[in-house]
Design a protein around this ligand. Sequence first.
Ligand code: IPE
Ligand code: IPE
Ligand code: MG
Length: 249
Amino acid sequence: MTVPSGPPSAQSVPEHVAVIMDGNGRWARSRGMPRAAGHRAGVKSARAMVEACGERGIRVLTLFAFSSENWSRPRSEVSALMKLMLEALGREVNELARNGVQLRFVGARQRLSADIQERMISAERQTSDNDKLILVIALGYGGRWDLVQAAQGLAREVQNGILDPEAIDEEAMSRYLSLSTLPDPDLLIRTGGESRISNFLLWNLAYSELYFTDCLWPDFDAAGLDEALAFFGGRDRRFGRVADKVGSA
Ligand code: IPE
Ligand code: IPE
Ligand code: MG
């Protein structure tokens, strides 16, 4: 984890922003459109968000696109979301690659269709050397799933005699979580008016600043991001310590 220690201006840009992109369905309903139309508009917002984050020097952007629990939505909505994901991957990856974006996917992949899984792997391969912005897409992701698969990974190491159970510490646990090598999110943005985590990054959000806005995801734009960044810039991040001592010995 990076503890900010630079001048105030350097602290105002988070290194890692995570986003719960919520409100597509309500956005569509308020226009008399089907929910899928809201998701389509949501993809456009996500694209604009990637660009805006790159322009602002944010290094990691994690987008919650589909949760473990979203599998319980009506089959027609799940299919529409998967179709959009497949199309977006087909359409956007080359340009993301050209713009120096590294793509990573986190979540339980086995339940996704074979063609989506293939595009995910190929997008990760194509962009693995890029470092302008790391774009993490959480797809079929749940914070509890992540903790469970990390526990399984650690248990396997113990079973194979590689790891002493007493040596399991926070660092070892982090290594097995989906975001392993990435810094924790500094800022979490949730659009759509709800003030909850909805099983997103349960471990990694421990000290993130939480920003909730009523704005529905398809309406969220660069100006909305700047409002969230201004909120972030005004926070005093103490990490459990005493005010103004963060960064000092
Ligand atoms: C977020 O929008 C997108 C996904 C969860 C896939 P919703 O579909 O949850 O939209 P609302 O919350 O019903 O408005
Ligand atoms: C969270 O939104 C998941 C994503 C944005 C992908 P939901 O709409 O699924 O969350 P709840 O049901 O309001 O908690
Ligand atoms: Mg929702």
